[in-house]
Write a protein that binds this ligand. Structure first.
Ligand SMILES: NC(=O)c1ccc[n+]([C@@H]2O[C@H](COP(=O)([O-])OP(=O)(O)OC[C@H]3O[C@@H](n4cnc5c(N)ncnc54)[C@H](OP(=O)(O)O)[C@@H]3O)[C@@H](O)[C@H]2O)c1
Length: 447
């Protein structure tokens, strides 16, 4: 049987998971693809500090000795971060080696450069594990849906945020308490900013958006809000109205208001642009994504031919991530065997690729919670501001049972541009009857 040699760089959670998985299922994988994938070297940062029981004959201290080894055909970068990892990936691609990575932060920061280097050096670059761990969403978008235009894609792609929001909903618990618990249990990092402020989800949705629409989505163009400001009260009020709050990553073709920058493309049904964003979203509790709980991930894809599809699974963790890396190792081995270069290139301009629209132009419905002084005329003042900006109110609810001078007032708003709603809320927050900062949560009805 033909053999290809792989070198692993980084023997942490994912690196050791990949090694273990290959020990366990390497034989099965080989019999399926007809090629043996052998690990020839593993680079660790320090041999002295390495507690692994893996044979010392496999371990090296310098990642360059993996990348420079002419007998190593595939390099798996499992170090993380965007500095050494970038050096490793660029060096391996330069030598024409196939590179496998699980590193979304690296792809988000340097993706354009890395894909260009792969193309320049005729090397293959695989990154299935970079988004949603065990869910094969990269391969599905690139190959499974190759005959579809991706109309919309909605993802619960950060397990930490989903775990926190699930517990806040089910236990009526406060954000800070659940976060502290999540950190204690190892579900959230310390500091937790990368997850709870939406950065991790933005890295992932940028990668999926780029694949779905055939052009590199600059991470700076991705609108991002995290879950820090969501209160148990918002979750409860949304629930009473039939909604569940999730941190939703969204890629959606959108008509958007016409601008000089994004005119309607040549009389076709091309969109004026694409929404690429991450923010807490109120979704109907009856929607399948509302029942994705705890640290699970899910991606809901709407293709123009296939219709709606749902992918559900573990988005992180040693074994699910190793499963994705093994799939890439198998692809890399097959591509080496058959001499394939960029079998399905990641970025092929579509006939109407569009551009990422700024958030102000994105149209959605809204849940707005205000704290107001309970006094006649308050509602009229607020309604006048919304009306003045052509924002329709679909319902107003004043939850019962609140005492004292300031009470919550909930508005459900019709579809309106984000820019208009933000402007209205700025004006509303200046009214003397409004106390504190208005809370606005966008509503997604999946229409
Ligand atoms: N963990 C997950 O569930 C998960 C899921 C999806 C994707 N990923 C991605 O997978 C990658 C690895 O994550 P991880 O969780 O496995 O991280 P990790 O547990 O911190 O492992 C990284 C390993 O790389 C080692 N390392 C650092 N610099 C090195 C160098 N110059 N040479 C050799 N080894 C070096 C580290 O050694 P020291 O310990 O000595 O620093 C550590 O053992 C990241 O890009 C991450 O985003 C992780």
């Amino acid at each position: 049987m033909q053999q290809v040699n792989a070198g692993i760089i980084g023997l942490g959670t994912v690196g050791s998971g990949v090694f273990n998985a290959l020990q366990l299922n390497g034989g099965l994988l080989s019999s399926r693809i007809g090629i043996r994938v052998a690990v020839k070297k593993i680079a660790v940062r320090s041999l002295a500090a390495c507690a692994s029981k893996i044979s010392r004959t496999l371990l090296v201290e310098d990642w360059r000795s993996v990348v420079d080894d002419p007998d190593i055909h595939i390099v798996a970068e499992l170090v993380g971060g965007a500095t050494v990892a970038r050096d490793i990936v660029l060096a391996a691609l330069k030598r024409g080696k196939s590179v496998v990575t699980a590193n979304k932060a690296l792809i988000s920061a340097h993706g354009e450069e890395l894909f260009a280097a792969a193309s320049r050096h005729g090397a293959n670059f695989y990154y299935e594990a970079s988004v949603c761990g065990g869910i094969p969403i990269i391969k599905s978008l690139r190959e499974g849906f190759v005959g579809n235009r991706i109309v919309a894609l909605y993802g619960i792609v950060n397990g930490t945020c989903n775990y926190i929001l699930t517990r806040m909903k089910l236990e009526r618990a406060a954000f800070a308490d659940v976060l502290a618990d999540a950190q204690r249990l190892g579900y959230a990092e310390t500091p937790p900013d990368l997850d709870i402020d939406g950065h991790d989800a933005a890295h992932k949705i940028g990668i999926l958006a780029s694949l779905a629409h055939g052009f590199w989505v600059n991470p700076k163009s991705i609108y991002m809000e995290g879950i820090r400001d969501i209160t148990a009260l918002d979750i409860q009020f949304a629930e009473k109205l039939g909604y569940t709050i999730k941190l939703l990553a969204i890629v959606k073709k959108t008509a958007g208001p016409a601008t000089k920058q994004s005119p309607r493309a040549r009389g076709s049904d091309c969109p004026r642009g694409i929404q690429v964003s991450v923010y807490p979203t109120a979704i109907p509790s009856s929607h399948v994504l509302a029942s994705v709980n705890d640290a699970f991930n899910a991606v809901f894809v709407r293709g123009d031919i296939v219709g709606d599809s749902l992918f559900y699974g573990r988005g992180a963790g040693k074994s699910p991530t190793a499963s994705a890396v093994l799939s890439d190792l198998a692809d890399a081995a097959l591509d080496l065997k058959f001499g394939n270069k960029h079998r399905v290139p990641p970025f092929v301009p579509h006939e109407c690729a569009g551009a990422v629209l700024p958030m102000e132009q994105i149209v959605s419905a809204y849940f707005v919670r205000l704290n107001v002084v309970d006094r006649p005329g308050t509602l009229a003042k607020i309604a006048a501001i919304f009306g003045g900006l052509n924002i329709g109110i679909s319902s107003v609810i004043q939850p019962e049972g609140h005492e004292g001078r300031s009470v919550p007032l909930i508005f459900m708003l019709h579809y309106a541009a984000n820019g208009a709603v933000m402007a209205a809320l700025k004006k509303i927050s200046r009214l003397p009857v409004v106390k504190g900062r208005p809370m606005m949560i966008r509503v997604e009805n999946f229409e």
